[in-house]
Design a protein around this ligand. Structure first.
Ligand code: MTE
Ligand code: MOS
Length: 754
């Protein structure tokens, strides 16, 4: 074991602790950005002027009438921007656009003494538009060759030869939906300026450093004049990796121009209408198997729906390409990727970051082809697993592939899979109108940012004279329990009870140049940085300990060290070694390791309506040697259910008619957009952590957990396919829409929509 992975005999890491803010969360005492805003005197409120077209030129914008409204203080337009009028890092996202690119696009913002004044003021701003044709679906975009950004190709071997060699070749196509983040806390920013014009922005952001950079470039300031703080988020799920920047910049611009604190918080409807979502994809494929069902070749084209601008669409596409293999060895492969430009919100990061979309393609291929090959889908999947020594199509060795089989076998055993399947077959035979389905699916997910440079982190650890410890690190807390884990890491590293350690909110003036808290790597990166800082402090304390003796108490060591003029704080740093990635060639070893998991799901489906329920789910998931088991189990349960939502319930619809509402998000609130809730939780839900799984080279032997469990939900989609198959003639290949809503299941039972 490396020094980083070695775990002391008694350690705070590994203890099952509740989330450090659990009590605050459930009693409503936890403060979020907007709670702070509402306690701020002289606050101004921001409201957008939203365009009623999916695509249009702004031919005239007259803010004057807004000033007649009582309480309107200032209208913000492009003319007010002292720096760069852009909200992104690609310079393709004008903050105040002259060309409207999606229905609800903000063309101006109004600041008011109250939110109501700002709202009425925004309605009074006069804007003339020249409507333009709008592209709304990926299929339309493909027809019109409307693409943006890179068009990477993942290739290994000779796909034509592979297909030639294959005994069975099948082709198919699938168009599948994106997903709304629906974090409980909508986008929120609060900006203040000090006496010297320096800006302090509190933002619900997963990427404080980038928010800082965008605010600085919009205001024409240097980064050292802008500080961004993220107290905590009420969920981010990737939706706050890039999307907060523009909102923070609007608030900051307002604060600079008025000298007053400005609050910008979106309503749910605004948030859903204006902010990016998970990318839906369109995929075409041709696949070849040998007589035993072994994958020989896969040729596919993946087109993601990027929306109006790039933001993270290119890296999301990279990750999709890197996960199209999921857990399976595919000797000859060629996958082309491209990003469609459509007149919709700019689709963005969402838990899994393209990984789920890549995996959906291969899981759909296997689910559809199994009956055509005359194989049981579980057997087909198992036969194609990676084994030790295999490499992925992009050239990375698949280390610990045996964990896949270990988790698979464990789920088969603990879920009593074979016996239940026999029982379900018997029951289905006698039940014409209600069928049950059972399926088991694997997950292999690469951990690290593909872009190597992002795999670095910093931390600041202060030991005060009284022996108490304050830690700061570059990661943000969005409910995932990162701060809980960091407290446990610091307490373990310093050998202290966890009560002696406190954690301060994430700020760019404490730890600079941070990466987004994303790619599930928050604990890996920041944990190692925290540990590095603690190790430095311990090294400086060692001579003092030697003088005072091994039984000396921490507080005495610290006090003595202070009087000896020994520095009691340290900045820690970590970078992940051994990574490489060439985004153009789609080649390299971008991941520190893979996280593995397996899920088995049972569903029952009503033949008259397509309505279904998830009756039982068994999961074994690999989190290495867990830093915080309660947190990790929560992440697995939550991630899984969020995946079930994406694959079965959540149905984003845009108005695709040619009427005046073309391009409007038709599902902009909870009344029209169905999220999974307690009632969709499997009636019987069993989650276990894979044992004997310590990960060498990661902090205290742990593994990342944030995203991978989402993809365990494929088991539910495949179980639905299994249940649908039971309604259909034996050997039928079942095509299932995604999301597999009850309506979609209904039509699948009938063999397709009329
Ligand atoms: N869990 C909660 N409760 N809320 C969230 O917003 N985001 C997910 C995951 N789990 C999220 C969550 C996403 S998209 C990622 S990348 C990781 O948490 C980020 O945190 P980590 O790197 O600390 O795991
Ligand atoms: Mo997570 S999608 O990497 O924020």
């Amino acid at each position: 074991m490396s020094r980083l992975s070695e775990r002391p005999a008694t350690a705070e890491v590994g203890v099952a602790r509740p989330h450090e803010s659990a009590a605050l969360h459930v009693t409503g005492r936890a403060l979020y950005t907007d709670d702070v805003a509402l306690r701020t005197p002289r606050l101004l409120h921001a409201h957008p002027v939203c365009a009623p077209h999916a695509h249009a030129f702004v031919t005239r914008l007259d803010p004057k009438p807004a000033y007649d409204i009582d309480g309107v203080v200032r209208v913000l337009t492009a003319d007010d921007v002292p720096g760069v009028n852009d909200a992104g890092t690609k310079h393709d996202e004008p903050l105040f656009p002259t060309e409207v690119m999606f229905h609800g696009h903000a063309v101006a913002w109004v600041l008011g003494e109250s939110l109501e004044a700002a709202r009425v003021g925004a309605a009074a701003v006069e804007v003339d538009y020249e409507p333009l044709p709008a592209i709304l679906t990926v299929v339309e975009a493909i027809e019109e060759a409307s693409f943006q950004g890179m068009q990477p190709r993942l290739e290994r071997g000779d796909v034509a030869a592979g297909l030639e060699r294959a005994a069975h070749v099948f082709t198919g196509e699938i168009d599948f939906a994106g997903q709304e983040h629906f974090y409980l806390e909508t986008h929120a920013s609060l900006a203040l300026v000090d006496d010297d014009g320096q800006v302090f922005v509190q933002s619900s952001t997963q990427h404080p450093t980038e928010t800082q950079e965008i605010v600085a470039h919009v205001l024409g300031l240097a980064s050292h004049q802008v500080t961004v703080q993220c107290l905590r988020m009420g969920g981010g799920f990737g939706g706050k990796e890039m999307q907060p920047h523009g909102f923070a910049a609007v608030a900051a611009l307002g604060a600079r121009l008025t000298g007053r604190p400005v609050r910008l918080r979106l309503t749910r409807q605004q948030d859903m209408t204006m902010s990016g979502k998970r990318h839906g994809f369109h995929a075409t494929w041709r696949v070849g198997f040998d007589d035993d069902g072994r994958l020989q070749a896969l040729e596919a084209t993946l087109t993601s729906d990027g929306g109006w601008s790039l933001d993270l669409s290119e890296p999301v596409l990279s990750r999709a390409l890197c996960h199209v293999d999921n857990a399976y060895w595919i000797p000859d492969i060629r996958v082309d990727g491209r990003v469609a430009r459509t007149h919709k919100t700019s689709q963005t990061a969402f838990r899994g970051f393209g990984g789920p979309q890549g995996m959906l393609v291969i899981e759909d291929v296997l689910g559809r082809c199994a009956p055509l090959l005359g194989l049981d889908p579980a057997e087909l999947r198992r036969r194609n697993f990676y084994a030790e020594g295999h490499t992925t199509p992009y050239g990375q060795e698949v280390r610990h592939a045996e964990r896949l089989t270990r988790a698979w076998d464990e789920v088969l055993t603990t879920s009593d899979f074979e016996a239940r399947r026999a029982e379900i077959a018997r029951a289905n035979a006698g039940s014409p109108h209600r069928k049950r389905g059972l399926a088991i699916t694997p997950v292999k997910f690469g951990i690290s940012f593909n872009f190597t440079s992002f795999n670095q982190a910093g931390a600041l650890v202060h030991v005060y004279k009284d022996g108490s410890v304050l830690i700061n690190h570059g990661g943000t807390e969005m409910g995932q329990g990162l701060h809980t884990k960091m407290l446990q890491v610091a307490a373990t590293a310093l050998g202290l009870p966890i009560e002696r350690v406190r954690l301060a909110p994430t700020r760019t003036d404490k730890v600079p140049n941070t990466s987004a808290t994303a790619a599930s790597s928050g604990a890996d990166l920041n944990g190692a940085a925290v540990k590095d800082a603690c190790d430095q402090i311990l090294a400086r304390l060692r001579p003092v300990r030697e003088v005072l003796g091994p039984t000396a108490l921490w507080d005495d060591v610290v006090r003595t060290a202070y009087f000896d003029r020994i520095q009691l704080w340290a900045a820690g740093f970590y970078k992940t070694d051994g990574l490489s990635w060439d985004a153009n060639a789609v080649q390299g070893s971008p991941f520190k390791y893979f996280a593995y998991g397996v899920a088995a799901a049972e569903v029952s489906v009503d033949g008259f309506t397509g309505a279904y329920q998830v009756d039982r789910v068994d999961i074994v998931h690999d989190v290495g040697d867990s830093l915080s088991p309660l947190v990790d189990i929560g992440q697995i349960e939550g991630g899984f259910l969020q995946g079930v939502g994406w694959l079965t319930l959540e149905d984003l619809r845009w108005d695709t008619s040619d009427g005046p509402g073309r391009g409007r998000l038709a599902t902009p609130s909870a009344s029209t957009y169905k999220l999974p809730s307690l009632s969709e939780l499997p009636a019987d839900f069993r989650v276990a952590l894979l044992e004997r799984a310590a990960e060498d080279g990661a902090v205290y032997g742990s593994k990342a957990v944030g995203e991978p469990p989402l993809m365990l939900a494929f088991a539910v989609r495949e179980a639905l396919r299994d249940a649908v198959a039971a309604f259909r003639p034996a050997g039928d290949s079942v095509e299932l829409d995604s999301p597999a809503t009850p309506e979609a299941v209904f039509w699948a039972i009938r063999g397709g929509r009329p």
